[in-house]
Design a binder for this molecule. Structure first.
Ligand code: BT5
Length: 274
């Protein structure tokens, strides 16, 4: 495998490759930050325009969901946050990470040819030898505090692009992977970024014009969870098991329990059982 390419290119180089009109029209590129999401939340609160993007070469405190961490070394991955201020309808929050996961799957497919799938709600997995390994993670956060009065949504995306296996910490190497590991070729990160933002822009425009139905339609064939027997580890403790049967109109996962009842899950961690 080739060594990962060098540091993230300049703002001008990235801008020259972007074909988007809204997403990335305002662009911040940093070498090292604590978290692009943290920075993006601050920018959103200061009134940055819809579609502002923050990109960093590395993060010292990359965030996952529920206070978890995102391993974010320098040397060839993508860490970015997109700030959305143009949609604040109640219930939209569940769809934004799903939209982002569709954009990630499409961009990876287009740039590397690798097919990936989505573990509900938004873990992007690459499959090899019957095992799915996480190649990208998404974290959507709302600003404003009140779920009925969302001012902005910050969508953080981390993609392991050119990270070799030996760079993963021990606890991640069995469950995580990178595009380099899966395809055995280094990926042009900036092309990946530009493609991702373009896919994101198309889906976002569609969402704003036509609502969530189209996003749901795009998401369903990419879901690796539907039809599977799963265990859901619920936010705040507890767990439930059943068959992942459908995605509800608001993006919730519908789970059919052993007794035939259907439960709708809006937040939790899915473990695929079979
Ligand atoms: C996520 O959380 O998957 C959301 C990750 C979002 C990261 C982006 S990077 C840019 C932006 N700025 C931020 O600060 N964050 C966003 P969750 O589903 O909770 O998964 C976290 C779990 O994934 C961890 O507990 C580890 O098990 C695993 N993990 C951590 N780093 C990883 C990595 N680089 N690759 C694959 N898995 C990882």
């Amino acid at each position: 495998m080739s060594p990962p390419p060098g540091p993230i290119p300049s703002l001008e180089t990235i801008r020259a490759l972007l074909a988007t009109r809204v997403i990335g029209a305002t662009l911040h590129v940093h070498d090292e930050v604590d978290s692009t999401n943290r920075l993006a939340v601050d920018l959103a609160q200061a009134g940055t325009p819809d579609g502002t993007v923050v990109v960093a070469e590395s993060q010292t405190a990359g965030r996952g969901r529920q206070g978890r961490q995102w391993f974010s070394p320098s040397g060839g991955n993508l860490y970015l946050s997109v700030i959305l201020t143009g949609t604040n309808s109640p219930g939209i929050m569940t769809w934004i990470p799903l939209l982002a996961s569709v954009a990630v799957v499409r961009a990876i497919q287009e740039v590397t040819g690798l097919s990936t799938r989505v573990k509900w709600p938004n873990d992007v997995l690459a499959y090899r030898d019957g095992h799915g390994r996480k190649v990208a993670g998404i974290l959507a956060e709302a600003t404003g505090g009140d779920p009925n009065d969302i001012r902005a949504i910050v969508v953080g995306i981390g993609i392991n692009a050119n990270m070799p296996l030996e760079s993963f910490p021990e606890d991640l190497s069995p469950i995580a992977t990178s595009l380099l590991i899966e395809t055995e070729h280094p990926v042009d990160r900036i092309r990946l970024l530009a493609t991702l933002l373009l896919e994101f822009e198309h889906l976002y425009a569609h969402l704003r014009t036509h609502g969530t139905a189209g996003i749901r339609e795009s998401y369903l064939p990419l879901s690796d969870t539907l039809g599977k027997q799963v265990r859901i580890e619920l936010v705040g403790g507890g767990q439930t098991e059943g068959t992942a049967e459908a995605i509800a109109l608001d993006g919730a996962l519908c789970l059919r329990a052993g007794d035939g009842t259907v439960v709708e899950i809006r937040a939790g961690d899915v473990v695929h059982l079979r």
